[in-house]
Design a protein around this ligand. Structure first.
Ligand SMILES: C[C@H](O)[C@H](O)[C@H]1CNC2=NC(N)=NC(=O)C2=N1
Length: 95
């Protein structure tokens, strides 16, 4: 998978609300009502990651979730990251 340049990344980010490009990754964060809700969403995201064989760098503290996506193999952001970001958005809105 080919690494995208910053113009391509910014173009794709226009379709993703709340995500930004930082340090060779696309990033976002979410706040939930409590830990249980955060972890429920994380579990759903985890299954989607397995299906796509693409995995986030993420961290959770109580009700907050920070997600960072990049493609280690390509050393930057690729369309795999945007595919997973879109899936994450779909999971969030379906909650
Ligand atoms: C061997 C396996 O396909 C690779 O390690 C996959 C797994 N998940 C991955 N996830 C992410 N975010 N980047 C990768 O380059 C990547 N590579």
């Amino acid at each position: 998978m080919e690494k995208l340049n910053s113009a391509q990344i910014e173009e794709r980010l226009k379709k993703l609300e709340g995500w930004e490009y930082n340090n060779d990754a696309i990033e976002t964060s979410f706040e939930f009502k409590n830990f249980k809700e955060a972890f429920t969403v994380m579990t759903r995201i985890a299954f989607e990651c397995e299906a796509q064989n693409h995995h986030p760098d993420w961290s959770n503290v109580y009700n907050s979730l920070q997600i960072r996506l990049n493609t280690h193999d390509a050393g930057g952001v690729t369309d795999k990251d945007f595919a997973l970001a879109k899936s994450i958005e779909n999971i969030i809105v379906s909650e």
